[in-house]
Design a protein around this ligand. Structure first.
Ligand code: ADP
Ligand code: MG
Length: 656
């Protein structure tokens, strides 16, 4: 866009146009200019009058030279003719009459003397000359006046020139100022033009921005309308909510009252619940006592693939007095005695051996079924009663399967140890709601040939079976502990699994060193349980022992004993001695003998606190279903029957 020319620019234009006029030399005399003139010019300027005087001065000369007649006659003519046209040009109309008079004198003289006076007529000539002189005098007078006038005019003109000079200087000053202003204006104009351009550019962007903003504004207006509608809706809802709130507040107040009442009720119920829990423990214990503080369960393992099928009727499970609905408690084993013959020589009929236990598990019984039966007993350990579970039987009868579980980590074949611990953890959590807190510490040792080895050993001691001794936990303490053995706190299944895995690894390492060692050693898993009810200041603690006993088989005395066999015999004797010590301990407890030979074996010594009056005991007698094992099976069943006949005192909870 072309910027509008400012008035300042126009002013300059005018000035530019006029400049040549200003610069042109003035015709007015400038102050001091007279000093700059040349001598000729100065003469012209200063003495115009002189010139004229000189011109006039010729007249007297003419007059003085008048005696020369011939000259006299010609001079007036030439003088009058040359002076006459000059005067009117310089003096103007005022002196024109004088000049005319002066001019007229010669003409008159010339005109009035048509005839030359005779030389004698001196009087006439004098008269003429007087007249002529008079005429010149008059002319001189006139010229003097004119001269005076001209001087006045000159003075006036000089004054005027001075005034005009001053005026010119003022104007020049003003002009310089105006020019400076104009230049400044020009510069400002340039700046303004640049600014205008910039503003125009900005205006362009602003316009597009404005358009965008307008669009946005439209959008916002739309949104605002939407929000307004929503606001109205929300307000309506708020009103409804407020109404509901006031209703709710009233409800809250009544609920608070109710809560207070409930809290009181809850406290009362808590009290009652605790009472009930204690009652449950008492009744539970009574029930266990009724069942007997020492119980024996018989478990017959199934025939494994590849094993000969026993003849029908070899093992029977007669139903109880209540019929097949009764849980099996009886077992009948038949043995045909080849040495006994009938008189007719026919083979003697097999001898039936009947046994009765607290419970009998035929080959098809699952691990869960077995555990179900001991779950209540395990729970007694949480109530503060020491619990000890044994697995007794010949090698290969299923002791380890019962205690630890089957191979492959299948949950279906999990043994009693992992199941018992899982059960304890979950019950402990339930009791946590009633203010009880429990902690569990596990240990797992092996007793082989009357030496104790840690099955939870790790690192360098792994599989080495570092020297372990059974010691009292402290001076005067009833508690026993195994030196050099690891006692590991456990709180979840995974930790227990890891421990069992470690024990299996440790056994496997030892097995390569000594063949079939595991069958000749007792594995003792012990869990120290500590419970506390902080609010009531109650504490209870008891050990749970799960023992996988060494194989109960006897060495055939008819076999010839080689050097290796002798070693085996010693082992077997040790096993048998510890197993018989266990039997003796149970007997002594049952007979309430004053001396209980706990110290006769490492096993009974270690289990001292889990056997006896205050403890609950359960023995699994594991039986092989094979006919070839009938002898060992009978031995085991007889041992178990003896144990089953024992009644050991009244169990007491270890409560403080
Ligand atoms: P032990 O520890 O008495 O020497 P094991 O527990 O090692 O006997 O059992 C010997 C074999 O019989 C193992 O292969 C085991 O898996 C298997 N077995 C034992 N009891 C059962 C059972 N109830 N069900 C299935 N298999 C069993
Ligand atoms: Mg075993």
């Amino acid at each position: 866009m072309e910027p509008q020319r400012s008035p300042l620019l126009e002013v300059k234009g005018n000035i530019e146009v006029k400049r040549p006029l200003v610069k042109a030399p003035s015709r007015l005399p400038l102050p001091g200019s007279r000093f700059k003139r040349g001598p000729d010019q100065m003469e012209d300027a200063l003495e115009p009058e002189k010139k004229r005087t000189r011109g006039l001065g010729t007249a007297p000369k003419i007059a003085t030279s008048r005696p020369r007649a011939p000259a006299l006659t010609t001079v007036p003519q030439t003088q009058g003719q040359t002076a006459a046209p000059k005067v009117p040009k310089k003096t103007g109309p005022r002196c024109s009459t004088a000049i005319a008079t002066a001019a007229a004198a010669p003409s008159m003289l010339g005109g009035k003397k048509p005839s030359k006076r005779p030389a004698w007529d001196l009087k006439g000539q004098l008269c003429d000359l007087t007249a002529e002189l008079k005429c010149y005098r008059e002319r001189t007078q006139t010229l003097d006046q004119e001269n005076q006038q001209l001087r006045d005019q000159l003075r006036e003109a000089q004054q005027q020139a001075t005034v005009l000079g001053a005026e010119r200087r003022t104007l020049e000053g003003e002009l310089a100022r105006v020019q400076a202003q104009a230049e400044q204006g020009q510069q400002e104009l340039g700046n303004l033009s640049a600014r205008v351009l910039e503003l125009e550019e900005r205006l362009g962007t602003q316009e597009s921005l404005v358009q965008e903003l307008q669009k946005e504004q439209l959008g916002l207006q739309e949104e605002r309308r939407g929000l307004a509608t929503r606001l109205e809706e929300q307000e309506r809802r708020l009103q409804t909510s407020e109404a509901a709130l006031s209703g709710s507040q009233a409800e809250v107040a009544s609920l608070r009252q109710e809560t207070v009442a409930q809290a009181a009720l809850l406290a009362e119920r808590g009290e009652r619940l605790h009472g009930l829990e204690m009652e449950r423990r008492r009744l539970h214990n009574q029930l266990q006592e009724l069942k007997g503080n020492i119980r024996v369960f018989c478990r017959v393992r199934p025939v494994l693939p590849g094993e000969p099928t026993p003849s029908p009727g070899f093992l029977l499970f007669p139903s109880g007095p209540g019929g097949p609905s009764d849980l099996p408690t009886r077992l009948s084993l038949s043995r045909s005695d080849e040495r006994r013959g009938t008189l007719s020589g026919a083979p003697a009929p097999p001898t039936r051996h009947d046994f009765s236990f607290d419970r009998v598990f035929p080959p098809g019984s699952g691990q869960d079924e077995v555990f179900e039966e001991i779950a209540m007993l395990v729970q007694s350990a949480l109530d503060g009663y020491p619990v000890c579970i044994f697995a007794y039987g010949q090698t290969g009868s299923g002791k380890t399967f019962t205690m630890e579980g089957g191979p492959g980590g299948d949950p279906q074949v999990e043994g009693l140890i992992p199941r018992a611990l899982r059960h304890l953890f979950s019950i402990a959590q339930e009791l946590g709601g009633q203010g009880w807190t429990y902690s569990f510490v596990a240990s797992y040792v092996e007793i082989y040939n009357e030496t104790v080895r840690d099955l939870l050993a790790t690192g360098t001691r792994k599989g080495q079976g570092g020297e372990c001794e059974i010691r009292r936990a402290g001076p005067g303490s009833e508690e026993l502990t195994v030196t050099n053995a690891r006692y590991v706190p456990v709180s979840c299944e995974k930790e227990v699994e890891a421990l069992l895995h470690l024990a299996r690894q440790n056994r496997a390492v030892a097995r390569t060193a000594q063949n079939e060692r595991s069958s000749r050693s007792h594995s003792v898993f012990q869990l120290q349980i500590s419970g506390e009810h902080a609010a009531r200041g109650l504490q209870c603690g008891a050990p749970l022992s799960l023992v996988d006993l060494a194989g109960s088989e006897r060495l055939d005395p008819g076999l010839a004993l080689g050097p290796g066999e002798r070693e085996r015999l010693r082992e077997t004797q040790a096993i048998n001695s510890s197993l018989s010590t266990l039997g003796l301990v149970i007997m002594a407890l049952s007979n309430k003998e004053s001396h209980v030979p706990y110290r006769n074996s490492k096993l009974t010594y270690l289990l001292q606190n889990s056997l006896g009056g205050s403890a609950k005991m359960l023995m699994f007698v594991n039986i092989s279903p094979l006919e070839e094992n009938v002898s060992e099976s009978l031995n085991s069943l007889r041992f178990a029957s003896k144990v089953n006949q024992c009644v050991i005192g009244t169990a007491q909870a270890n409560r403080k």
